[in-house]
Write a new protein. Structure first.
Length: 285
């Protein structure tokens, strides 16, 4: 067994394990750690606990120290510089007429590297762009092409369910999702119904898929019970006889109601038809 803490560098980002050393760390503590990209600023999301050696990649790097107010000031400064770097990179992309969409810019904590994340339909030759950016920022430049799911995770948004995207709120890793999951759950196969704003199958299709893959898979696919499957005895009551047909002598002759004008003013006789003479009055000479 080995003692570890879980550190996250971005909201809903992947969790990495580090050795706490002599530090007593709790959830929400901010720390400075060393990663493959250099020194980074992170937050504790999993407090100190022991795990098996097989569950982590050895050797583990140790947490350097707790974050200080000066470290937080450096983090805020880097975020301000990222906004300026984003606008500069957009201009350089337009100057080189490159078919790429810039999504995010990230400074490492020690400012030794700037990472530009972008999306594109195919491969992009950005060698000249890297040279121009390196001449402007005087530091290491990394351009990283990402997929549409990573783009949605970075930009965020609201799904068709009305909630914040799962990938931007709590999902650390993307798990594979297939159309078979929608078929097993008897969902509509209309792409507009089962696709997220990224254009790929929704991650939530996997949430309940395990229930449909268990031993009672066939039972899970059955529809909800209704009253037709229950044997409910009918209540006994007086038997109602159908009405008998009326005889010829009992039939009443139907009479048409007298015609009444509803347009005539109250107290006046109804107007006669055109061309007819009113009754009870003599024709004038």
């Amino acid at each position: 067994m080995i003692e570890v803490v879980g550190v996250r560098f971005k909201q809903a980002g992947k969790i990495y394990y580090f050795a706490p050393g002599d530090l007593s760390l709790a959830t929400a503590d901010r720390v400075i750690v060393e990663t493959a990209r250099g020194v980074e600023f992170g937050e504790i999301v999993i407090p100190s606990r022991e795990v098996r050696d097989d569950d982590v990649v050895l050797p583990l790097k140790q947490v350097i120290r707790r974050a200080t107010p000066e470290d937080e000031h450096v983090l805020d400064t880097n975020k301000a510089k990222e906004k300026d770097a984003f606008q500069i990179c957009l201009k350089k992309i337009a100057d080189h007429h490159l078919p790429m969409k810039l999504v995010d810019v990230e400074y490492t904590f020690d400012s030794n590297k700037i990472i530009f994340s972008f999306t594109a339909e195919g491969r992009v030759d950005f060698r000249e762009l890297v040279k121009d950016l390196a001449a402007v920022f005087r530091t290491r430049i990394e351009l990283r092409q990402i997929g549409v799911r990573d783009e949605a995770k970075m930009l965020g948004g609201v799904g068709s369910c009305g909630r914040v995207l799962c990938c931007a709120s709590f999902l650390g890793d993307f798990e594979p999702v297939s159309i078979r999951m929608a078929k097993d759950q008897k969902l509509s196969l209309n792409p507009t119904k089962i696709s997220g704003i990224c254009g790929r199958l929704m991650c939530c299709l996997k949430y309940e898929n395990e229930c449909y893959g268990c031993e009672d898979k066939e039972d899970a696919k059955k529809p909800f019970p209704n009253e037709d499957i229950y044997d409910i005895p009918e209540e006994e009551g007086p038997e109602v006889q159908p009405p008998k047909a009326a005889t010829a002598s009992q039939r009443v002759e139907k009479r048409e109601p007298a015609a009444v004008s509803v347009l005539a003013p109250k107290g006046k006789a109804p107007a006669h038809r055109r061309g007819e003479k009113p009754k009870g009055k003599s024709e004038r000479a």
